[in-house]
Ligand binder design. Structure first.
Ligand code: SAH
Length: 346
């Protein structure tokens, strides 16, 4: 009888220990295998040299080790790197390495495609195919850490969940991946260097607060007026701003962690004084930072970057309300690696 082999990296350390104990072997073997899988990044059972040949064969019979493969790496003239990552079932996601002089940020995907339908985002044009597993998220980070060491001479310093997909619609796997990334057996990174970006799923934001996560939260707001937000982010109809705001207040009460808002200003959509004032009203309840990001065209004539005067108006109004503002330039545009451009084009 042909048994389907299980992905061994879907097991927790406890489950691996139990697996060995149930077979009358030492539970400690589970720790050894776990270390091979996560700390040493083993791609095969054969290389697990502190296990007997019989044990390695037995593992081979029960499990597979699924690994991602970087199918194609593109490098932008500003140093940004985009990886097209092939998953074990042949599907592709993209992740991005963004270098500065002193640090490297990895921008990773959480889903293949996306379940939301933001009108300005290229990923939204791909239907959501499936959620990524914890190890598929973790492997994207490892690949970028390796590239950072190789090309920039230092390890990865920050991670943003701003690639393809909505991380809070794949809540458990994203949290499991972050556990691995922050655990000493994984990459040992500080959770303060990790930001999860969401388009705003109120129930899940509250759950993050209840789960007392230590990473940072960013919200892709783009408008603080329901009518406008629903027209560009249709799911806002089901998760209106009132609910989002309430969830964010809860988040802040529980975590005391500053909230970052991502915001694009478009001509004729949200570039008026009333839009900026609504944003200030929305976010001044807690220490906040607004990142005004540049619009990256995705081949659509509905959306166009607002003119610099509109951005200055936003800056003015927000600063008067005590809100920190940064106006960001895009990176990696020439290789379609900038925010909202990830769409498996090649
Ligand atoms: N789904 C999550 C994670 C994606 S993050 C979220 O929405 O937060 C990607 C960021 O890029 C989001 O802030 C998104 O709103 C923004 N974005 C999408 N399309 C864009 C575009 N064409 N130009 C600039 N930013 C874009």
């Amino acid at each position: 009888m042909q048994v389907t082999k299980k992905d061994i990296r879907a097991l927790t350390k406890e489950q691996l220990r139990d697996f060995f104990a149930d077979r009358g072997d030492k539970a400690f073997r589970g720790n050894q295998v776990y270390e091979w899988l996560w700390s040493k990044g083993a791609h095969s059972f054969e290389g697990m040299t502190n296990l007997s040949k019989e044990t390695r064969q037995m593992l081979e019979e029960h499990f597979v080790i699924n690994h991602i493969q970087v199918d194609r790496m593109q490098r932008s003239n500003d140093g940004t790197i985009k990886n097209a990552v092939r998953l074990h079932d042949g599907l592709i996601v993209e992740s991005v390495l963004i270098p500065t002089d002193t640090r490297t940020t990895a921008c990773v995907s959480s889903q293949v495609g996306c379940s939301l339908d933001c009108k300005f985002c290229a990923t939204a044009r791909l239907k959501r195919m499936r959620n990524l597993n914890p190890d598929e998220i973790y492997d994207q980070v490892v690949a970028i850490d390796n590239e950072s060491r190789l090309y920039y001479g230092h390890p990865l310093s920050n991670i943003v969940f701003m690639g393809m997909g909505e991380p809070l619609m794949n809540y458990n796997n994203v949290l499991k991946a972050i556990d691995k990334i922050t655990s000493p057996e994984g990459l040992g990174m500080s959770p303060r260097r990790i930001t999860v970006s969401t388009s705003g799923v109120p129930k899940m934001i509250k759950k993050l607060a209840d789960d007392q996560v230590k990473f940072k939260l960013a919200v892709s707001l783009h408008s603080a007026i329901d009518e406008v937000r629903t027209s560009i982010m249709p799911f806002n109809e089901h998760f209106p701003l009132k609910d989002l705001r309430e969830a964010l207040e809860y988040w802040y009460q529980q975590t005391k962690s500053r909230i970052t808002y991502e915001y694009v200003v478009w001509q004729g959509i949200n570039d008026k004084r009333k839009d900026a004032e609504a944003l200030a009203r929305f976010c001044r309840f807690a220490p906040s930072k607004v990142n005004i990001i540049e619009y990256n065209p995705i081949g659509d004539d509905h959306f166009a970057q607002a003119n610099p005067g509109a951005l200055e108006l936003y800056r003015d109004i927000l600063e008067k309300n005590g809100i920190t503002v940064t106006i960001r330039r895009s990176r990696g545009k020439d290789i379609d690696a900038a925010c909202g451009q990830l769409a498996n084009k090649s």
